[in-house]
Design a protein around this ligand. Structure first.
Ligand code: HDD
Length: 720
């Protein structure tokens, strides 16, 4: 890694949360073993027995304590987002946002706000693969001077449903089927598509889920979104609507679907490892916080409802202002204590930020506390070190399982006179939280607003905004997923929904499935808001949105200006020309890329000049799917060995199949000629051959910046 390895002091004095975690963090290195009561243990490996071969004694408190604790090590995994990875970091504001919000951390450009971020997949269990086709959770906790603020978002800006009451149905449908618990971490099964095909409001989200956004290259290369419209409130009490975005500085990039499936076998911890390794090496992941702000008076200016979480505000209508930077700079010390026990909640809010009436948001406000009670075993989970705010906590709540605080004093009620009425309530001018006094009136109704009826225009906007390769991938993803569905009527109903989004898309998927688009298209009905108090049924509308294309929706438009942290394999064997190895290695590392020597055997290889080069991995222990690009250096013996090694040739074939840049010295041409893409060597933009290492390095780096050469897929006949 080009960047200097990060020093890892026990605590960063500038990160207040890290300082506060320090008293809870301990290391047993060099320490004596004790029981939990502090009794020094003399023998931890033999239980106490009656006689040499005798039965174990009930008296053995050391045995009982050790086994009892082990028996209770597991807590329920999260009902969704069970699989995740977290990291500590900081948030630094670029400019005060006082015009819109009084939130302290969004006004103070001097201090860095400590953060903890947890990324996750949604459907799989705790031990499932990172590379499932799935939404990714992107949950950020800011430890601010006004308490914790949690932005619990995803890597997709919309959601499947408009009302939280449907969430258990959605999750039951996508989770493994209840009779046989198959499939794990996959949406390609009957119950999911049965539900989706009956839920037209999911059309927009489904387009995102079938796009390559659902198979990111790295957590570090994903966007994040708060999804709902929230509210900013400034010191004068003036409110505006706000949508939150995270923009990764490395750009937004994905892998190929075939590659994702391969990675799931070769390294199911791929994203977790990538996040960990990049932080350990000092290549800290960074995102900019973006906001789209809509003045209150513009609430009804759009052809969609700001309270509808199946809609984005296209960036063409309201630009994203970048207001600060998030940097993840430290891995947790203990996965369970930090990443597993962090308890996010949308209701962890600070003055200057408030909710809206989005019915999905409102339901979430109930769900998150409720789930932590079960998961973390009672109401004192806020006192776990990772959950404690950096500011002190005082109130009249007391007791409960595993209470940590020792609250001294006689009173635990308000009002009181015995403790001078402490703790005191805080007036708004002094930072006490007040809810935005939004005017609300109406009848009680169990129905939806008519402004939530259009389910297809933004699904179409998303599809139309994709590049051709991205569109192809969406077609292939639908064909794969629906191809796994056994019930023909579900496949057909889904084709009907797709045809309401885009007829061409539906037709291509229909061909892959060997089905016709059903006529007439069945439209599931729902209840609308009544004019006169009597709910009536409605069919979703199919209207054209005001915006037809939005550049921000396509990953093809993401910045491609860096190779930082990309992994490049150098395929080499004994007799390699070490000058070309070091030229390419140095050039790549100078740009922040990571180079590994992959060979036919482990240990060291001996170069042309008898230099010993350390082998990082072999073609047996690694695979091209774990790299972003491959280089084959010269050196007659090395070239001959690589050409003769079927796994090494497969490595290249697979890299080509997944549209990755490949470079080779001209003297290694025979290796490329042994691949199935031999005929494409001259014509493919992403295959670089040269006898001049300097120019080869430059062209190779330019190709790696492009990430992938998707156009290769069109003419593909690849057995890899
Ligand atoms: Fe949720 C976890 C994101 C809708 C109920 N959700 C959870 C996590 C993320 C999200 C990132 C993992 C947090 C972590 O890392 O610990 N959820 C979302 C987004 C949604 C959304 C962006 C839509 C905009 N969620 C949603 C609804 C409900 C829930 C509508 C319930 C009505 N979500 C939960 C939960 C979880 C959760 C059951 C499981 C574990 C947890 O909360 O702490 O309460």
């Amino acid at each position: 890694m080009a960047k200097k390895k990060a020093e890892k002091p026990l605590v960063e004095p500038t990160n207040e949360k890290r300082v506060k975690l320090e008293p809870y963090t301990d290391d047993a290195l060099g320490k004596k073993m004790t029981t939990n009561t502090g009794l020094p243990i003399n023998d931890d490996q033999n239980s106490l027995k009656a006689g040499e071969r005798g039965s174990s004694l009930l008296e053995d408190f050391i045995l009982r304590e050790k086994i009892m604790h082990f028996d209770h090590e597991r807590i329920p995994e999260r009902v969704v987002h069970a699989r995740g990875s977290g990291a500590h970091g900081v948030f630094k504001l670029y400019k005060p946002m006082s015009e819109y919000t009084k939130a302290h951390f969004l006004n103070d450009t001097e201090t860095e706000t400590p953060v903890f971020v947890r990324f996750s997949t949604v459907a799989g269990s705790r031990g499932s693969t990172d590379l499932a086709r799935d939404v990714r959770g992107f949950a950020v906790r800011f430890y601010t001077q006004e308490g914790n603020f949690d932005l619990v978002g995803n890597n997709m800006p919309v959601f499947f449903i408009q009302d939280a009451i449907k969430f258990p149905d959605l999750v039951h449908a996508v989770k493994p089927e209840p009779d046989n618990e198959i499939p794990q971490a996959a949406s390609a099964h009957d119950t999911f598509w049965d539900f989706i095909s009956l839920m037209p409001e999911s059309a927009h989200m489904i387009m995102w889920l079938m796009s390559d956004r659902a198979i990111p290259r790295s957590y570090r290369m994903m966007e994040g979104f708060g999804v709902h419209t929230f509210r900013f409130v400034n010191a004068q009490g003036v409110a505006s609507f706000v949508k939150f975005h995270w923009k990764p500085l490395l750009g937004v990039h994905s892998v190929a679907w075939d590659e994702a499936q391969n990675i799931s076998g070769k390294d199911p911890d791929f994203h977790r490892r990538d996040l960990w390794d990049s932080i350990e090496s000092g290549a800290f992941p960074e995102w900019e916080l973006g906001v789209q702000i809509v003045p209150e008076e513009d609430e009804f200016k759009f052809d969609f409802d700001l309270l509808d979480s199946t809609k984005i505000i296209p960036e063409e209508l309201v630009p994203v202002q970048r207001i600060g930077k998030l940097t993840l700079n430290r891995n947790p010390d203990n996965f369970f204590a930090e990443t597993e026990q962090i308890a996010f909640h949308l209701g962890h809010i600070v003055p200057g930020i408030d909710f809206t009436n989005d019915p999905l948001l409102q339901g979430r406000l109930f769900s998150y506390t409720d789930t932590q009670l079960l998961r973390l075993g009672g109401p004192n989970f806020q006192q776990l070190p990772i959950n404690k705010p950096v500011v002190p906590v005082y109130n009249n709540q007391r007791d409960g399982f595993s209470r940590q605080n020792i609250d001294s004093g006689k009173t635990s009620y308000s009002p009181n006179s015995l403790s001078a009425n402490s703790p005191e309530q805080v007036r708004a001018e002094q930072g006490g939280y007040i809810t935005y006094p939004e005017r609300v009136e109406g009848r009680k109704i169990r129905a939806r607003s008519r402004s939530f009826f259009d389910h297809f225009s933004q699904a179409r906007l998303f599809f139309n905004s994709q590049s051709d390769p991205e569109k192809d991938h969406i077609v292939q993803a639908f064909s794969f997923e629906l191809g796994k569905v056994k019930t023909i009527s579900v496949r057909e109903r889904m084709l009907g929904i797709l045809s309401l989004v885009d007829k061409g898309l539906a037709a291509q998927v229909a061909v892959a499935l060997g089905l016709h688009i059903p006529q007439p298209i069945e439209q599931p009905v729902n209840k609308s808001v009544p004019a006169d108090g009597v709910p009536e049924e409605f069919e979703p509308l199919n209207v054209e949105g005001s915006i037809k294309k939005s550049a921000a929706l396509s990953m093809a438009n993401s910045p491609k200006d860096s190779i930082e942290t990309r992994k490049i394999a150098i395929l080499a064997a004994d007799g390699v020309d070490e000058r070309s190895v070091s030229k390419i290695k140095d050039a790549i590392e100078a740009e922040g890329g990571v180079v590994e020597i992959v060979s036919c055997h482990g240990g060291f290889i001996t170069s042309l000049n008898d230099e010993q080069i350390k082998v990082d991995d072999t073609v047996l222990t690694t695979a091209s799917v774990l790299f972003d690009a491959v280089y084959v250096p010269g050196g007659a013996n090395s070239v001959a060995s690589i050409e003769a090694d079927a796994d090494a040739v497969h490595f290249l074939n697979e890299a080509f199949k997944h549209c990755k840049p490949i470079a080779a010295d001209i003297s290694a041409l025979q290796v490329l000629e042994a691949t199935y893409f031999a005929k494409k060597i001259q014509s493919d933009e992403g295959v670089i051959l040269s006898d001049d290492p300097a120019s080869l390095a430059q062209s190779f780096i330019a190709a790696i910046r492009q990430h992938r050469f998707w156009e290769r897929e069109r003419a593909r006949k690849i057995p890899a």
